[in-house]
Design a protein around this ligand. Structure first.
Ligand code: GLC
Length: 549
């Protein structure tokens, strides 16, 4: 097989540690809980685990507000637990990937406490301070500026008030951040997911923008994402941290256009992969405001994915994902409302595990977990859901409508605890879970699915194992099929004349397709027990393989 790096040949599993496995009965997950589930992950066939932040944090944004970059939050355990996790994972050929949140810290970080104390302390310039504010809206809602009485100045926060933005222009800040990343490399981590990186460079001048809402504000995303000059910082980051290590880096890069990808990834770029959001943000065409969800078509989804496949064809590598801790469950988001979740989960799982790139499986996706719909905003923990609910009310929507948007978009959809078995609290905790367990846990859980050969879990395992040994799925080119079809998502993967075809019916109706597109290939796998060539039953997905290969 061709020379691919280790991380190009395996799937990555994303863990939201607070919701994964609790070993102490406190209601939140911990590192020892993750270690206890490594055999499960090995059986699923993943070679790396991306942990969302486990550092000390006041948990305003569940760990994305960090108060110490080189320690472990006591709710997750100790540094010894972390070392044990690295060792136990290594014994199973699994690497641990850390989340670097370097656009901002917590407002309780010692750096910020010092910076805010006066205008002339040694860290006075470590954050973004201004005498005047602009009309920028933070990503979680409300002004992106907060007044600090000690300095008589405002600081910028792209996200929550408690997440002040660092000043990357200051070389001391960059040094401190690079040192912290190197600390984790010395511990043997297998790579980094780099958070919200498109926001680290601010424009030279801070000006008001044209408002995009009824609040008179404009999204900070529009005003600051991917500002010119950002790549200089990032190349320094690469030189000082990533170069010379057998790791992978994947950056969260909202706002990078597909045509700019070569500057960000690949031989002339900075990162190995970039999470860009064109295919998962189709409902947000008007920007980041949830209360204006737009309808999207299957052809747009196919086009968004095809663009990323084309952009990374010869340069860089694509991280394929349909879910993460910020997005609703994919089954609800991409398939019609009345869909059978098992069929739907297998459709998205098939596309995820057969496309070109590194698949990222988000915890619970391999079980077919689905959204929740709680009856009041108070039940939601997610700071972003609460902010967006307020925005919806301010825009004039009723409470019911605002809650409907929350049901559709809330990040808590993906954060309900992992469902391990059918016992109380789905086997996640012996205490009171920090977020309610989804009420379908008696049927949708790892133990029940392990015993059912037709389960989503066993389907993921089978497909993952198939992928790991398939030259076509690892290296093959991506070829779009039935590009204008609004019902069927179809593509082929090809190494010369050896091909695998994937066809998925995204509708609840039976549809037909021209069998010529399949050449001489034969049916090998699908989500129904029987399949008729040329016809796709509701939500049917099939894999065909060229007989010659
Ligand atoms: C990223 C994270 C998200 C977090 C935000 C602020 O978008 O994925 O969960 O709230 O950054 O750090």
């Amino acid at each position: 097989m061709k020379n691919l790096k280790w991380w190009q040949k395996t799937a990555v599993y994303q863990i939201y540690p607070k919701s994964f496995m609790d070993t102490t009965g406190k209601g939140t997950g911990d590192l020892r809980g993750i270690t206890s589930k490594l055999d499960y992950l090995q059986k699923l066939g993943v070679g790396a685990i991306w942990l969302t932040p486990i550092y000390p944090s006041p948990m305003i944004d569940n760990g994305y507000d960090i108060s110490d970059y080189t320690a472990i939050d006591s709710s997750y355990g100790t540094m010894a637990d972390f070392d044990e996790l690295i060792d136990e994972a290594k014994a199973r050929n699994i690497k641990i990937v850390m989340d670097l949140v370097y656009n901002h810290t917590s407002d309780k970080h010692a750096w910020f406490l010092e910076s805010k104390s006066s205008r002339d302390n040694p860290k006075a310039d470590w954050y973004i301070w201004r005498d005047e504010k602009t009309n920028w809206r933070s990503i979680f809602g409300g002004s992106a500026w907060e007044f600090c009485p000690e300095r008589g100045q405002y600081y910028l926060h792209t996200f929550a008030t408690q997440q002040p933005d660092l000043n990357w222009e200051n070389p001391e800040v960059r040094r401190a951040l690079f040192d912290a990343a190197n600390f984790w490399l010395k511990k043997g981590v297998g790579g980094f997911r780099v958070d919200a990186i498109t926001y680290i460079k601010k424009p030279a001048e801070f000006k008001d923008g044209e408002s995009d809402g009824k609040d008179g504000l404009v999204s900070v995303h529009i005003m600051t994402a991917a500002t010119k000059g950002i790549l200089d910082f990032l190349h320094e980051f690469k030189r000082e941290v990533f170069d010379g290590h057998d790791i992978f880096t994947v950056a969260e890069a909202n706002g990078v256009a597909a045509e700019d990808l070569p500057k960000w990834v690949g031989s002339d770029g900075v990162f190995d992969m970039l999470f860009e959001f064109s295919h998962v943000n189709l409902s947000l065409k008007d920007g980041e405001i949830w209360c204006r969800p737009t309808k999207w078509k299957l052809t747009e989804l196919k086009q968004a994915i095809a663009n990323s496949q084309t952009a990374t064809k010869n340069n860089g590598w694509y991280p394929i994902f349909f879910e993460n801790h910020d997005k609703p469950r994919s089954v609800n988001h991409f398939l019609p409302k009345a869909s059978d979740p098992i069929k739907a989960a297998k459709i998205l799982g098939t596309i995820l595990l057969t496309m070109r790139g590194t698949p990222f499986i988000y915890e619970g996706q391999e079980l077919g977990m689905t959204n929740v719909a709680w009856d009041s905003i108070e039940k939601y923990n997610d700071i972003s859901s609460r902010g967006q609910y307020e925005i919806a009310l301010n825009e004039g929507f009723s409470k019911e409508k605002a809650l409907e948007f929350v049901h559709f978009f809330s990040r808590d959809n993906a954060r309900t605890p992992m469902q391990w078995n059918s016992s109380e609290n789905a086997g996640f905790t012996a205490g009171k879970p920090w977020l309610p367990i989804h009420d379908d846990y008696k049927i949708c859980n790892a133990a029940t699915e392990d015993a059912d050969k037709n389960s989503v879990l066993n389907y993921f395992r089978k497909l993952n194992a198939f992928r790991a040994n398939s030259e076509i799925l690892l290296f093959g080119d991506y070829e779009e099929l039935l590009r204008d079809d609004e019902n069927i998502f179809a593509f082929a993967r090809a190494v010369e004349n050896k091909k695998i075809y994937v066809l998925a019916n995204f509708t609840l109706n039976e549809v037909t397709f021209p069998t010529e597109i399949l050449g001489q290939s034969k049916f090998i796998l699908g989500n129904y027990t029987a399949h008729n060539k040329g016809v796709l039953k509701p939500l049917e997905v099939v894999l065909y393989k060229e007989a010659t290969s």
